[in-house]
Every structure is written in C-alpha cells, then in structure tokens.
Design a protein around this ligand. Sequence first.
Ligand code: ZN
Length: 745
Amino acid sequence: MKRVMALFFSVSILLLQLSIGVYAGETRDKFDIEYDGKVHQYTSNVVTLNIDGKAVATGEMPAIIIDSRTLVPAREVFESAGFNAKVDWNGEKQEVYISYNDQKIVLKIGSNIAFVNNNPITLDVPAKLIRDTSQKNPKTMIPLRFVTENLGYKIEWNQSSYTASITSLSQNPEVPVEETPEVPIEEIKNGDELDELNSDKANRLLPTELATNPVTWSSIIAPVEQSAKSVISAQNNSLVSITSVEYKSDSRSFSIQASGPISFVENTFMESDSKYVVDIYNANKVAGNATYSDNPIVTAVRTGQQEDRDGKKVTRVVFDLKSTSASYDLSISGDRKTLNFVMKDNNLSKVHLGQNEKGDYIRLTGTSAPEVTAFRLSNPDRIVFDMERTVSLVGKQTKNDTLGQYILSMRTDQFKTSTARVVVETDGHADYSITKIDNVTTLIQMHEPTYDNIKYENTTIPIITLENVGSRINLEGITYEDKYNTKKYIINLPGNYEDVFGTGNMHIDDSIISQIEIKKNNSGNTSLVIHSKSVYVYRLEADNENLYIKAYKPKEIYSKIVVIDTGHGGKDPGASANGYYEKDLNLAITHYLKEYLDADSSIKVYYTRLDDTFIELVARTDFANEVEADFLISIHNNALGETANGTETIYFKDADRSGLNSNELAAILQQNIVNAVGLKNRGIKDNNSLSILRRSNMPAAIVEVGFVTSKIDIAKISDKNVQKNAAKAIYNSIVQVFAEYPTRR
Ligand SMILES: [Zn+2]
C-alpha cells in the first residue's frame, strides 16, 4: 500500500515540474543530439546529478532536459553505486527494465506508458534513444524523476545550478524503511577462519573506486527483431547505394555496406526455403553475387533490385542458408551504414564490471545466460572467461585501472570465430564463482579464497603440503597432467575435497611457483593447478597425515631426456610448394614419432609444439636449455630449386664434448632416415649460423627429411607411410644414441 501512495505522490511532483522553464540559468554546452529521427541543437544546460551528496557520472552522454524533463542515460546512472539497480535492455522490444529491490519499472522507447510493478503509468516524456552526434551510438535516455521516485528515492531540483539531488532510502526519513535483518556473508563462518585467510587477502579493502565507477560495455550494434519490419524509422531518408556484402570470418557475420545511412529494412527468415531475405528500402544495388563453398552457414549471397508499390527503390539481399537450425541476427551499426547478419548460438550483449559487498563482480548478459568456462594464467595473474558458440556484440574493449578490489584491468574481444572472451587481470588473490542468475545473465563473483590445509615451503626442496587428509585420499586415484608448454602442472584428486581444501588461488611468486589454484575441475573433483615458473616435475608422496607434492628438475627424475622440435608452425609455414606447407609435413612426422616415444617409458620427451602454433626460434632453444635435454632434434623439410632433392641432416660443429657430439647425433639420424625413406643421401652438413643449433646448450641436429620443392621428394614425404617410416627412423636413432652414449644418470 505504501508503495502505491508513493507513486501518486511522485506523479503529482512530476506535474508541478512541468511548468519550470528550461532557459533559465546559463547555457553551457552547445552540442547536437539526434533523436526521433532528427538532429537538434541542444541549447539548454546539462544537468548535474548527485546522490547522497556524491556526484553521479553519466558517461559520454550528459543528463539533459527535453520538454522540461531531465533525461539521463539509463545504465550509467541507475547502475552506478548510488543506485545499484539492475538495468536491462531488450533491443527487440525496445524496452528498458530497471529492477531495484522489489520494484520493477519497464519503459518503452517512444511510449508514454511505463509500467511500475506491472501497473501502467502515463509519462509526459517517454524514454528515448538519443545520440550525441559526436558519439557513435545512441544512449537509452530515461526520465530521471519518474524512475528515481518509483525506486523509492527522494529527488530535489535546484533551478539555479541545474542540479538534481537524490537522497537514498536510508538517508531519507520521509520514506519508511522496512526492517530487514542483516544477512551475513555466507563464506565467513567464524572469526578464526577469517584470520587465517588474512595472509592471502586482497591488497585493497572494500569498497574501492570500482564501486562508484563501474564499467559497462554494451552492444555496439543493437540486435533487431527478426520478424519486425523496421530497423529505424524512415525519417530523413535519402537514396543510398549498397556497395558491398562481405563475410567476416572472425565474427561469423556478413556485413552489408551502404553509402549512407539506411532508413528502412525488412527482413524475413524463410525456413522452408532455407533463405534469409533482407529488403533495404531507398537503396540502389551495386554489390553483386557471391558463392561460399566453405562457409559454415551460407552457401550464396545474391542481390537484386526492385521497386515497392510507391515506386521506392528496394535492394534485396538473399542469403542461401546451409542449415536452418542455427540462429541468426540482423543488426545495424550506430551510423546506420552497416547491416550485420550474424550467425550465432548466443550473443553477448553486455559486460558489466561492478562491486558488491563480496567484492568485484562481472555480469555477462546474452541472448541466453552465457555458458562460461574459465582458466587462469600467471605472470601477471589473469583469469580468462570463455563463452563458446557465442558471438560478442560488444566488440573489442579494454579498460585499464578498473580499481577494483582484485581486478586491475578488463578486456573483451571475439577470441575465435565462435568464442567470446573476457579477460581480467587480478592481483593474484581473488577466487571466483560462476553462476547463472537468470535466463539471460551469468554472474562471475570474485571473492576471498577459502583454501585451507595447504602449505608451501621452499627451504631445501619446494614442497606443497596438503594437510590433514591422511588416508582419506587414495594415492592411486590421483592423476597428474604435465602441461610443460604452459608450465602448468595439474594434480587431480580422486574426489571433491572442498570441505578440506576450500578453493582459491594461493599467491606464491617465489623463484619456482607463481601461484597454486585449488579448484573444482570439470568432473567435480578437486584439482591443484601449479603455475610453475620453469619446467619442473611434481611428484607425490604421502604419510598418515599429509600428502606432499615435491618439485624436481627433470634431470633429477629422468635418466634420458630429448627435446623434439617441430619446425615452423602457425603464421610461419616454412617451405611451401607443390600444394604443401612444410610446417604440416613436419608436424605429421612428429605425431608419428610421438606414437613410438609414448610407448617407450624409458625416455622423457618434451615437444616444442604438437599443434599448428607459431613459436619463436629463441623460445625453442630456451625451452630445450631449461629442461636440460640430453640432445635436441629439430624436424624439417627442405626447399630449393625444383632439381634439388634428398635427405640431409645439419649440425653445429661444436667443440669436442665428453660424450655425444652434434655430428655424431647427425650421422646416426642421417643413416637411419635415408635407409627408411629411400631418398637421395645428401649427407650431414655443419652449419654454425642456424639459431636452433647455435643457441642450444646440448648436442643438436636438424633433420631435413626431403625437399618440399622437389616433385620426386614430395610424392614420398607427403605419403603417410613414408612419414611413419621417417618417424620410426628418428625414434630408432634416439634409442641408438642413448645406447651408444649413455647419460649415466
Ligand atoms: Zn624448415
């Protein structure tokens, strides 16, 4: 009942406010704004907002007065710390939803009817999409007084300073506050536990500056209703040319480019014909047709020209679809010159970074609540949140100095064609939890770590101790993942031990380990992810009380260590001829070689790459030096004129070593490969200028199995059986080298 009363009260204030002129006071910022399809010069004053005496930032669009009413950017103002309301936008319905405590307000762009808790209320000025013409995108502007009062705030207007002063519930004695019991933060169970955690608490105390300066990134392209007819009202329209229709693989979208602002678009999804038809009014066709053989969704794009009943020119763009099961979105850019036809399973439309009583949080809004997977990177500590099969409408955004409790910076981008990504850099102390909070929103809440019963010491040897588990953990059920390429070592415990170890990120940062994550893995069991600073081998031991994880150098554990370097990769294809890239041939041989080596547990092998990634030459030798390999073999194929052919092995002419020398390694490899592959024997060659040989501390050889440029050779080296034979020959060479030159460890 009280709420209804408050509502009437606010409406009457609203009517009084109507009569106040807007031309009083000094005119400050003159700028152009676009709304209702027209550009207007803004000649009135901009409005200053404060809540409980603190200024409210409005972002790039100031609070302005239209028809004697103050309109403010919805998100910036109502999601600011003073209000902490939740603002959502439905582009299809052109509706803004503001929720705060139990109040829910719905405003529709251009409509004089708003709904407060489902009750219709008449407005004298509707919500509008208003664009400052110096900015790219319009802002959703909503009437300040109407919304603040219906959220239960008090608002006072100062005409001389053009200031709206808002007083919140707790400081406003006129509005009775219902008694709500203090809700303790669930993580904190007792004082003792809290003290123990102090060692790994965030460096900053709540609230930090983020509380008053939240970060919101919204769609830079607004999704448009699929079945609707109009994209933007047809005012001010003039004839435009459709200049191109292009596929952008990074965003899985087709962009239709026009010479000027597009006025009116009609689009139809014809499921039975597997077509998507876009009619652009007041447009002339310039772009032609195109077919796409390898596009995941569209087989062809056709453009045609016609006229409507009124003789208006209409360009029709037809997308022939491969599948009708995926979903599609048509959207328009802020300048209305680009239509984007996006294929998606989900769209990320908003990324919001704010702070609540638990700490920093990130709210991700999509067409449906985003499915988020996360992983951690160290040096500096970053948490990567990936949304698979999601197209980001937010674009590429970066915010440094977010000044959160833990979060130091945040960025977002379309990581891969199908993966939207948000990355935060933290101070290394934060733990996080991911929860879907409604149909369209996923919340990532950062909070204090809860880990316990885990200790790290580095006196004589680095040891991680898991305490008080005794015989509870079955050692044989523990699995170990050696992710040496990223220097991550994962220990998966056979069960969920959250009750013992909690979760979180243990910040270490000594010479060996940067951090240890204690988390629940995808199968619901407890995992320890050790972010190591260099390549180590982590071994487990146990006694009746504790479990110990000890770090060793590879040489302390393994008697035979080899580094297999696969030449080139990623953006560096190596030699390319006869329809083949050297990088692929090299990798194929490595994969066969790995099969042989995997079956031989007496040899520890470290690979520089096992997929198509680019690795700097320096990083390859640094890696081999770090693991202190007994020798290094780099797998390549050759290139020269068409007539050059055959197998050769290159080595660094090193000063005489006590055991194996590079030339001896090269000779064994060369003989075995020639015998197995059957190409011309070009012999072994010394070359002291090649980085991979020169910079490695151990004997090293580059095998050039054959010439990509030779018709004779390529027929062989592209053949799977020959690749397998070459791999077998390299494996036999490794065994032979260790037999002839034992490491004696
Ligand atoms: Zn090469």
